[in-house]
Design a protein around this ligand. Structure first.
Ligand SMILES: CC(C)(COP(=O)(O)OP(=O)(O)OC[C@H]1O[C@@H](n2cnc3c(N)ncnc32)[C@H](O)[C@@H]1OP(=O)(O)O)[C@@H](O)C(=O)NCCC(=O)NCCS
Length: 214
């Protein structure tokens, strides 16, 4: 969806930016990993298909995605944005009859960044975005039964197991967003800054130019 096409969300460790064309080659490289394909239940795509997918994430009304950047690295004007990419976080509106229900997906693709709090912060920020901008009231996460890290992370965030599908070897976790959960989440994420992505990029380009000047 286009709602976040000019949105930059800055947390402590991560910055969330819209998934744009310049991110596709790095994303495509990540998804060649059989391990990531298995953990995220994804099929390998050609580069052309990945560009189609990026357009679909941007244009389709039932999908919202952000690329997760290492915020600290991104602040360095000498480093290209694509080199700061560490993963992605998505919301998928699975049921047209229940628009307040969202499936949540997260991937910290760079091994060096796993287990350092990037996933939890990005997921929390996406949940707040979903609640405030998309009026989500129920989140679901479908996770492979052997993906202990992801299951632990969603449970840590307050999700509860609701079903196990033995055929797909998948567990479904859910979180209902009642008033107290909403207040707690929004309070915890009060430090997150919601900014204009294009302006930030333009300022970044000016800094970069300055940094590269003789
Ligand atoms: C699963 C994933 C999103 C977690 O993100 P992360 O940045 O690595 O995790 P965080 O450092 O934010 O940790 C969040 C919680 O996960 C759990 N966790 C993290 N690393 C763990 C490990 N090695 N073993 C067990 N639990 C672990 C902990 O509960 C942790 O909370 P705590 O630090 O408060 O104890 C990330 O590792 C990832 O994307 N892995 C590969 C792809 C994948 O599995 N995607 C999910 C598909 S459903």
């Amino acid at each position: 969806m286009r709602i976040n096409e000019n949105t930059l969300l800055e947390g402590h460790k991560v910055a969330l930016v819209p998934y744009n064309e310049n991110h596709v080659t790095r994303y495509h490289e990540w998804m060649k990993s059989p391990e990531l394909q298995q953990l995220t239940a994804s099929e390998p795509l050609t580069l052309e298909q990945e560009y189609d997918m990026q357009r679909s994430w941007r244009d389709d009304h039932d999908k919202c995605t952000f690329i997760i950047l290492d915020k600290q690295r991104w602040a360095d004007p000498r480093v290209q944005e694509e080199q700061c990419m560490v993963g992605d976080v998505n919301i998928f509106l699975t049921d047209p009859l229940e628009p307040s229900l969202a499936e949540l997906e997260i991937m910290i693709a760079e091994p060096d960044y796993q287990g350092k709090g990037f996933g939890k912060e990005a997921t929390r920020m996406m949940m707040c975005y979903g609640i405030t901008k998309l009026h989500i009231r129920k989140f679901q996460a479908k996770i492979g039964l052997d993906n202990e890290v992801s299951i632990a992370m969603f449970k840590k965030l307050g999700f509860q197991e609701v079903s196990v599908c033995k055929v797909f070897k998948e567990v479904t976790l859910e979180m209902m967003v009642d008033e107290s959960i909403q207040a707690e989440l929004l309070d915890d994420s009060g430090y997150v800054m919601d900014m204009d992505y294009r302006q930030a990029r333009a300022a970044d380009a000016t800094k970069r130019h300055g940094a590269n000047a003789p």
